[in-house]
Ligand binder design. Sequence first.
Ligand SMILES: Cc1cc2nc3c(=O)[nH]c(=O)nc-3n(C[C@H](O)[C@H](O)[C@H](O)COP(=O)(O)O)c2cc1C
Length: 250
Amino acid sequence: MEASILNTFYSPAQLARWREAISGRYSCRAYAAGPDAGQLTALNYAAQRVCLPGTRIVIAPCPEGLFLRIPLVEPIRGTGTYACVIADMEQTLPHTLAGISGEAFVLEAAAMRVNTCWVSGTYRRGAVNVKVKENERVVAVTPLGIAAGDPPQGRKRKKLAQLCTSAPENWPQWAYRAAEAVRQAPSAVNLQPWSLSYGQKTLRLLGKKADSLDMGIAMLHMAAAVGDRRYHWEWGREKCVAHLIAEENS
Ligand SMILES: Cc1cc2nc3c(=O)[nH]c(=O)nc-3n(C[C@H](O)[C@H](O)[C@H](O)COP(=O)(O)O)c2cc1C
């Protein structure tokens, strides 16, 4: 198995900050304002720091009509700032890498009380005002700003047992916590297309589509949840996207 760049790329301090931010993050569509100047500087700094090789995040003024209005979903409005998540399509698993980097950015924003909403479907590609190279694609965008209202009460999520291939209450605590962190992760159309299995000190992330933003997002949540415990990531094959192998001393 090939070792993953996730083994070394993020610091324990970054992972701890993102672990704390997971419970407060939600998809915000109504904003009272964009980020202030200090937040914008911090967001630009974060965009430089969190991107894995082969991904970029660029913050820009939001063009008119970028976000599409869709029936039954609250329209995105109230901020003039957004970020583009950009993937180098010549990399292996470009969407998964972009999902990891993008969610690191989203949680970094949440840690500084800036709200976001991953958008990979309901935006006008032609309105994007950020230049990309020939080998690159904008794979998602997110508005950036301060929420106009209160956070929603609770999350619509599958039960943890539905995501796990065996009873998670029998797993070691680190694996249970990582699975719970995946359960809280955002996913396109809230499909939560993940499944987790545990055995031989290894938590496996399974999914039908290995190269997807959702898989990268789940990996970032797993990494944040296990924190500074000694662990090792390996990429998987076919339906197994990645293995997280942790040192278990209890
Ligand atoms: C990869 C990805 C793509 C998404 N694309 C859209 C989108 O195109 N339009 C939209 O309104 N929301 C989009 N969302 C937001 C999801 O609908 C939202 O994350 C999900 O319903 C869970 O809600 P929560 O983020 O508040 O926990 C996307 C989320 C992810 C992770």
